[in-house]
Write a protein that binds this ligand. Sequence first.
Ligand SMILES: NC(=O)C1=CN([C@@H]2O[C@H](COP(=O)(O)OP(=O)(O)OC[C@H]3O[C@@H](n4cnc5c(N)ncnc54)[C@H](O)[C@@H]3O)[C@@H](O)[C@H]2O)C=CC1
Ligand SMILES: O=C(CO)COP(=O)(O)O
Length: 320
Amino acid sequence: MSVSVLGSGAFGTALAISLAGKGPVTLWARDPEQAQMMQNHRVNSARLPNAPLPKAITVTSDADLAAESEIILLSVPMQKLRSALCAHSATLRDKTLVACCKGIELTSGLGPVSVIRETVPEARAALLTGPSFANDIARGLPTALTLACADDAIGRDLQHELSTTNLRLYRTADTIGAELGGALKNVMAIGCGACIGEGMGESARAALMTRGFAEMQRFALMRGARPETLMGLSGMGDLVLTCCSELSRNYRFGLSLGRQDAFDTNTTVEGVATAKALAKIAKAEDLDMPISTIVSEISTGKCSVGEAMRWLLNRPLKEE
Ligand SMILES: NC(=O)C1=CN([C@@H]2O[C@H](COP(=O)(O)OP(=O)(O)OC[C@H]3O[C@@H](n4cnc5c(N)ncnc54)[C@H](O)[C@@H]3O)[C@@H](O)[C@H]2O)C=CC1
Ligand SMILES: O=C(CO)COP(=O)(O)O
């Protein structure tokens, strides 16, 4: 089956590079000038400068050309997914759409699969998520990801079509668990970065990761996820990677908050909007989501990292 990638950021470009080992891939960039530069110079100098584009990749800004493929990977930031889909909904209607973004939409509280279902209901919706840095994938390093699709037959086809020599895909039908694991781990990574940046130490980070995971499970199970999905690549796997590596933008953003350093506002940090969405849902539904709520506060400058950590430590003692 033919594959296109809609969105030519770091992740979309890395996926295109890996998939190009199996056949032609169309990489769509919305900016015609950027598309032309990438097509001519065979590199995405803005987002993935050290990874040459194989010949099998065609970069284009022509959305109709990209929409000729049967499988379309959607690799835009979560808060841009709806507008990107709406802009091309007519051509995407009979396609298999695989969201590659991690987050919860601020306006609706929905994850990427639900946003696909709302905006292009006729399409087949799936999700690709799990622990993976774009640079690692582009370099051909081994990576295991979760392919989530409610329809088992479509999920099996996608698992085969999108697995490559360095991308090993595991399959699940639990789209809710997979999308929430990927969304919430970014929030916990901001918290862990802030904790390390503030000088609170590794033990405090382990506590935040563990209590953060409890929060991820509580929220996801409440939304109908399966517990085993949270224990897998898209939950625990991605939590570990993102909370412990300075390659993560969410973690680095947290570090900058803790150290009171400047941070480049052009960087995609999905956890900020997701923390806000979670804090809103927690308040409206009276849910106990202390880490997500406090990460929302520190990310938006409403409280300092020191105050946040003191608030977390001074909460009433409870059973694990
Ligand atoms: N970079 C990574 O290592 C990984 C990223 N992801 C996820 O992939 C998603 C995208 O992240 P990155 O590629 O890293 O971000 P990025 O910041 O490198 O690129 C985002 C791209 O989306 C494009 N874009 C924004 N709005 C658009 C719109 N309305 N229509 C079309 N294109 C639009 C931008 O021009 C840019 O090329 C995020 O949800 C992220 O969590 C997932 C796994 C790994
Ligand atoms: O999702 C990722 C790793 O799995 C990438 O993390 P960042 O978006 O924090 O860089």
